[in-house]
Every structure is written in structure tokens, then in C-alpha cells.
Design a protein around this ligand. Structure first.
Ligand code: ZN
Length: 298
């Protein structure tokens, strides 16, 4: 673990900056700390996100291992994305990955005390607020982008993700639940560091009431509560929504987090229909198998 911990003094510092443009890599100006319960384990989970050197990427560390936030290290995708190596497991990484990508942070060490990221309020907003409170620094290295050479489509049980080359990352997500409170919804979002925190990060996790008992039977959602997830009954929801389309915005956020496992900023027009973490990760693996990484100064 210690080898990848980065001394603050080793981060090349420029004046802390809000995002403008997208050409340089960025990291945090200072470490940020968050504490909460893990959604699935129910145990207390603490995380410190540290600045990291240019080129480091996103790296998770627990007491035993360091695990790069890359698709090659995904070991489970049931109810969240789990990274692991050598028996170490870090569950539910998608929201912190979305917050880092959404705010344009390329390099960070996410030190996790416990085996799961804290659920916080079920969204990525607490991460974004903590990051904004310390500010970011630009680093003297071009951001790594991932361009597609050709269209890609992956599909699974009536769900699919299709992507074509583009200049920026734009995601359209379509969900269609046979449920009176949800039904068909779609959202289109172009990844924009200025408004990620307002438009996508606040969208919370949701769970159907019918699923709650099944999750508990499977030893999942032990830390779930009305404070960190929206529970959806047939005729109501457990809290007032932050956006009329909060549920589909959350799906966009999960996809932003899973796409960050590519290890660079994907430049593609992506349409996802009813995809979840398993298909998101399969898509990233497909991109990985074909990708041409281009270091560009846009
Ligand atoms: Zn989520």
C-alpha cells in the first residue's frame, strides 16, 4: 500500500483551479476524507482520497493491496462493481469512480478502510462536494483519452450498449421498467466537468421494494436505509425525488463510473438500453480489447 501513497509535496502544484478545458491531467489539491456505512456490508467504511502523481490513474488501496481502478481488476458485478486482487475486495466503487471522472480527476489514491465504499446518501454528490472543497490542481501531462476506431455493440438478455466514435463522451440511457412508478425513461448527458456536480452526481441509488427482501436474503443491502437509497413501492417512493428523472440520471452516473474503468476519458457517443454493471463492464472489456489510446491535447 505504501508504495502508491503519494506525498503531497510530490504532486506538481499549480494554482488550484476550477475546471476549464480538458487538456491536462488533474488531481486533488489536498486529501479528502469521507465516512459512512457500506450499502451491502452495513459496516462502517472510511475512505481518504489522496492526490497522486500524473500518470498514476485511479488506484484503490486497502490494508493489504493496491488495486488499480481498471476493468482488468473487476471481479464481481452483482449489485455494484467490485474490484479485487489476491483475495482483497473493494465493493461498490462505481460512485467514487463516477465522481472522479465527472469532475475531471485523472489521478488519485482511494484509501479504503473496510471492504466497501461508504454509501453516503446513495449518490456521488458527497464525493463531488468534498473534492470541490479542496480544489483541484492541473498536472504537467496531457490527459489520456480513449477513442473508438469503429462502432461497438454488446448485448445481453434484451439489454445493449452501442457506441460510435465521437469528439466527447455523450451518454443516452434508456430504462424501461414494468413498474407503475418508473416505466420508460431516458436521459442524454454530455460529460461536462462544470455541471456534472449539479446534473448527475446528486442522483441517488434506488431499489424496488420487492427486491429488498431478496437482497437481504443474499446478504446484500445490509447497510441500506432511506438515507442512502430511494425505495420504490408500487404506489410511492420513500423520499421526494431530487429530479423528476432522478432514477435514470442515476443509471447515467453508474455508467460514467463503470466507463471510467477504461483508464482514460472515453470519447464516444454511447447509447445504453437497460444496462447494468455486468453489461457496462462487458462493454468496457470490449473497448479495452480494441482500443487505441491516444494522448491528445484537445
Ligand atoms: Zn449506483
Amino acid at each position: 500500500m505504501a508504495t502508491l501513497m503519494v506525498e503531497r509535496s510530490s504532486v506538481r502544484r499549480k494554482e488550484a483551479t476550477r475546471h476549464r478545458g480538458a487538456s491536462c491531467q488533474r488531481t486533488l489539491a489536498d486529501p479528502v476524507k469521507l465516512v459512512g456505512r457500506g450499502l451491502h456490508s452495513g459496516g462502517e467504511s472510511r475512505v481518504i482520497i489522496h492526490p497522486a502523481d500524473a500518470g498514476a490513474g485511479i488506484v484503490f488501496s486497502d490494508a493489504a493491496e493496491t488495486i488499480r481502478g481498471l476493468v482488468a481488476n473487476v471481479v464481481d458485478t452483482s449489485r455494484g462493481t467490485t474490484l479485487g486482487v489476491n483475495g482483497s475486495r473493494i465493493r461498490t466503487v462505481e460512485h467514487v469512480m463516477a465522481a472522479l471522472r465527472g469532475r475531471g480527476i485523472d489521478n488519485a489514491v482511494v484509501e479504503v478502510f473496510g471492504s466497501e465504499m461508504p454509501a453516503l446518501d446513495g449518490s456521488a454528490l458527497p464525493y463531488v462536494e468534498a473534492m470541490d472543497a479542496v480544489g483541484l490542481v492541473e498536472q504537467d501531462a496531457p490527459r489520456q483519452t480513449v477513442k473508438l476506431r469503429e462502432p461497438i455493440i454488446v448485448q445481453q438478455n434484451g439489454s445493449f450498449i452501442a457506441a460510435v466514435p465521437a469528439q466527447a463522451l455523450r451518454i443516452t440511457y434508456v430504462m424501461n421498467y414494468d413498474h407503475p412508478m418508473i416505466g420508460a425513461q431516458s436521459a442524454t448527458y454530455e460529460l461536462c466537468e462544470e455541471d456534472f456536480g449539479h446534473k448527475i452526481a446528486p442522483a441517488r441509488t434506488f431499489v424496488l421494494y420487492e427486491e429488498v427482501a431478496r437482497l437481504l436474503d443474499n446478504d446484500l443491502a445490509r447497510g441500506g436505509s432511506f438515507e442512502n437509497a430511494i425505495v420504490v413501492w408500487r404506489d410511492r417512493m420513500s423520499s421526494k425525488l431530487r429530479f423528476p428523472d432522478e432514477l435514470v440520471r442515476h443509471k447515467v452516473m453508474d455508467l460514467v463510473g463503470d466507463l471510467a474503468l477504461i483508464g482514460g476519458l472515453l470519447q464516444a457517443e454511447v447509447v445504453a438500453v437497460k444496462s447494468g454493471h455486468a453489461l457496462n463492464v462487458e462493454f468496457v472489456r470490449e473497448v479495452e480489447s480494441r482500443k487505441s489510446k491516444v494522448k491528445s491535447r484537445r
